[in-house]
Design a protein around this ligand. Structure first.
Ligand SMILES: Nc1nc2c(ncn2[C@@H]2O[C@H](COP(=O)(O)OP(=O)(O)OP(=O)(O)O)[C@@H](O)[C@H]2O)c(=O)[nH]1
Length: 302
């Protein structure tokens, strides 16, 4: 805008000089000079009007489109439309605005699909380790600030190798998908993080959830997976697919290192397996990080 004003001021400045010259001609040169003066005046007025129109109709809209692209780039998460007064124009600017809007929409959906691919496990549709990390970046400082309890559970399918070997890999995949469905149904809070870590291992992270609640949820989920009744003829644990769950709770946001959480949940899972699988083992980590509780599910449901 300032550049256009400068151009206009420049034109006016030279126009004034010319007018002065022409006026001098008129005084000293008679009617011919008046014709020159009028022609100059109308020519310059036309030039100024053209520059003004060019700015209003072309440069300003193009600058607005450029601003829109810059905002789109800076705040990709905010969905906004190219100004409708530009997209509705029937000239080249309108065409440019419509093409730009189309391009932005395509790039948005492409980015969303890419993000989905990088954060999700393609088999089960649950999150993956990367999603876990990105959520933790948000949840860990939050839980620390609010001093809230965090629980994590590691879920492992019992004798899954035997299942795969006997029923085949595709059946194994279908089994993992069914288990993921139960996890999705059980852990529904917006802050719950449910991911497949890899193979037949899943991890659930629950914010503001104490040991008792986490244990109860884990055991309910374990029961639901058993209730799916997926035959597992070769399992020494049960006739159907079962899972073992290691739960670890870090009270008052004391433990914020997810690797530590996973290591402790793994240890609890190991306890589970040592006690015969198809159950839940829970640990609590305090300041001293030593307190441990193991409670086979059979005890709690008895
Ligand atoms: N179908 C299928 N199988 C997988 C996938 N990822 C890993 N596995 C299989 O999961 C099995 C895991 O076996 P193990 O680690 O020995 O565990 P397990 O047999 O469940 O034994 P426990 O955990 O001790 O009860 C292996 O046979 C892997 O091939 C997958 O994406 N799909």
């Amino acid at each position: 805008m300032t550049r256009t004003l400068a151009v206009l001021a420049g034109i006016w400045f030279f126009a004034s000089l010319l007018m002065l010259g022409a006026a001098w001609l008129a005084v000293s040169g008679g009617p011919f000079a008046i014709v020159v003066l009028t022609t100059l005046f109308s020519g310059l007025t036309g030039l100024v009007a053209s520059v003004w129109l060019f700015d209003r109709r072309l440069l300003v809209p193009i600058r607005r489109l450029a601003d829109h692209v810059r905002l789109e780039h800076d705040f990709t998460s905010t969905s906004r439309q190219v100004p409708p007064d530009l997209t509705s124009r029937s000239d080249a600017v309108g065409l440019l605005a419509r093409q730009l809007q189309k391009l932005i929409e395509e790039s948005r959906s492409y980015n969303a699909a890419l993000l989905e691919q990088t954060l999700n496990d393609p088999l089960t549709g649950l999150g993956n380790r990367r999603l876990l990390e990105s959520r933790l970046n948000m949840l860990v400082p939050l839980s620390r600030r609010l001093s809230c309890t965090v629980s994590a559970m590691m879920i492992d399918v019992d004798h899954f190798k035997a299942f795969n070997d006997h029923y085949g890999h595709p059946a194994g995949d279908a089994c993992l998908v069914d288990i993921a469905g139960v996890l999705r149904d059980t852990f529904r809070r917006e802050t719950d993080v449910v991911v497949r870590l890899g193979g037949e291992e899943f991890l659930v992270l629950l914010i503001h959830t104490g040991k008792e609640e986490a244990w109860a949820l884990a055991d309910a989920m374990r029961g639901m997976i058993q209730a799916l009744g997926l035959p597992h003829e070769y399992s020494p644990v049960a006739e159907v697919v079962t899972v073992s769950v290691g739960v670890v709770t870090s009270p008052n946001g004391l433990l914020i290192d997810i690797d530590d959480m996973i290591a402790h949940a793994d240890q609890a899972l190991y306890d589970c397996k040592a006690h015969g699988r198809n159950q839940v083992a829970a640990r609590v980590i305090g300041v001293e990080q030593t307190a441990q509780a193991f409670r086979p599910s059979t005890e709690s449901t008895a």
